[in-house]
Design a protein around this ligand. Structure first.
Ligand code: HEM
Length: 413
């Protein structure tokens, strides 16, 4: 495949900053498709042709590129093209990432498909996007909450909405597990579900709503967006002990993180990229206070944590070892902005959790991080988008398995 990044740079494609920049005049975006040179597969050619036609229609009407799917697919496609070379040469530290990328381009999710609800509930995705666009600007921290919730959902019994279920008298659900006790945003998903149910009762799964809302919320705060093929069905089982064993702990070392991710079909590159989610959001002191006060059981501090940062945390945030309430920005100074500062902090030994710090304990992982920091932000965005799409398809239930829950917090009776 040949590609001419300089031509793309020359026209300044919308993807460089945020999804909102996709709202530029379609006429600005259209020339990008002319930059593509060389051989491409039938599937990709069809996609590009369809996007061009759609953009051309928008140009003819004098519209902005507002169509969400077009803008989103267009951006992912562009990002992949633009970063392909860098990521393949520097980021793959276990096996050839190029295969992942090529797989992504022709992305066939055996069971999920883009626009699964196009016939059964054509307005579903738009309703979700509208709701997110309306509410996330007033509550931007919910984007981080949803992103973490989606991760916790996918790592336990696949992305099947099992994290959303309430405990009952006879069942301790995932929500009750320690890592999930700090999840927020359940009410946001419940409200979204009500909106979608009003339009199409019993059609759209809670698992899909969570996956779509997460993507849209991250997009709204200026982060990357990714494709979310749909058709997930909701699980019937939610078990707190499974959540405890499947969700990686913040005290994990690199090999335990690698194993945990590999068990879900995610490789080392995915681990580095998805950990970049910690560029947004907050953590409770108790998630890392051992590093400050009791690292080896002798009242000591984790020597791998930058001393200046540790002192600052102790003096200004987590003032004692038992603090359970104070929240700390995981990416201080830009915890609401999706950027590469999280990785820059890791290189300064300022990752908040041992699991963050662990990423710099391996030469290849560290090289991948250095590459992300040294590259334009879209390298991180494109890689993150790719890994999120992979994460979103972990263990999905489709066809007739599971159910479409009427209330996300309760299994249908
Ligand atoms: C690699 C293993 C990971 C570990 C050990 C880990 C652990 C944690 C912990 C302990 C917190 C803070 C919880 C609290 O104290 O309130 C947190 C927050 C967060 N995590 Fe992770 N995480 C990991 C990977 C991920 C991934 C893959 C994602 C998403 C793709 C993610 C997204 C987030 C977000 C967005 C927050 C902030 C949540 C908020 O502000 O409400 N994490 N993580």
């Amino acid at each position: 495949m040949e590609f001419d990044p300089s031509a793309l740079q020359a026209v300044g494609f919308v993807s460089v900053e945020s999804r909102w920049n996709a709202n530029r005049r379609a006429s600005e975006a259209l020339p990008l498709f002319k930059c593509y040179k060389g051989k491409i597969g039938d599937r990709e050619a069809t996609l590009i042709a369809a996007l061009r036609t759609k953009l051309q229609q928008q140009v003819d009407r004098g519209d902005s590129v507002k169509d969400y799917k077009v803008a989103s697919m267009f951006r992912v496609w562009y990002n992949l093209r633009k970063t392909e070379g860098k990521i393949t040469s520097n980021m793959s530290f276990r096996g050839p990432t190029i295969l992942v990328f090529l797989g992504f381009l022709s992305c066939v999710h055996a069971d999920l498909k883009l626009g699964f609800y196009d016939d059964s509930c054509p307005k579903a995705e738009k309703l979700i996007l509208d709701f997110v666009e309306e509410h996330i600007p007033n509550a931007p921290t919910v984007a981080a909450s949803l992103l973490r919730m989606h991760f916790h959902d996918c790592f336990v019994r696949g992305c099947d909405g099992s994290v959303l279920i309430n405990s009952t008298g006879t069942n301790q659900a995932e929500k009750a597990a320690t890592p999930n006790q700090t999840l927020r945003g359940f009410d946001f998903i419940d409200r979204l579900k009500s909106v979608v149910e009003e339009e199409c009762p019993g059609v759209v799964s809670c698992a899909d709503i969570l996956a779509l809302a997460t993507r849209d919320a991250v997009g709204v705060i200026g982060g990357p967006i990714w494709r979310v093929p749909t058709g997930r069905r909701d699980g019937l089982i939610s078990n707190s002990s499974e959540a405890l064993s499947e969700i990686p702990a913040p005290t994990s070392n690199l090999s335990s993180l690698q194993t945990s991710f590999a068990n879900k079909g995610l490789n080392d590159a995915d681990l580095v990229l998805l950990s970049g989610a910690h560029t947004i959001g907050v953590a409770h002191c108790e998630s890392f206070s051992d590093r400050l006060y009791n690292f080896t059981g002798n009242g000591d501090q984790d020597p791998s944590l930058d001393g200046f940062y540790a002192t600052n945390l102790k003096n200004n945030k987590c003032r004692d070892a038992t603090d359970e309430t104070t929240l700390v920005e995981m990416d201080p100074g830009s915890f609401r902005t999706f950027d590469v500062e999280y990785y820059r902090n890791l290189l300064k030994r300022r990752g908040l959790f041992e699991s963050d710090a662990a990423l710099t304990t391996d030469a290849a992982a560290k090289a991948a991080i250095v590459n992300l920091v040294d590259s334009p932000p879209q390298t991180f965005f494109a890689g993150f988008a790719m890994s999120m799409e992979k994460m979103g398809s972990i263990g999905v239930k489709t066809g007739s398995s599971g159910e479409i829950r009427r209330n996300c917090a309760v299994i249908n009776s």
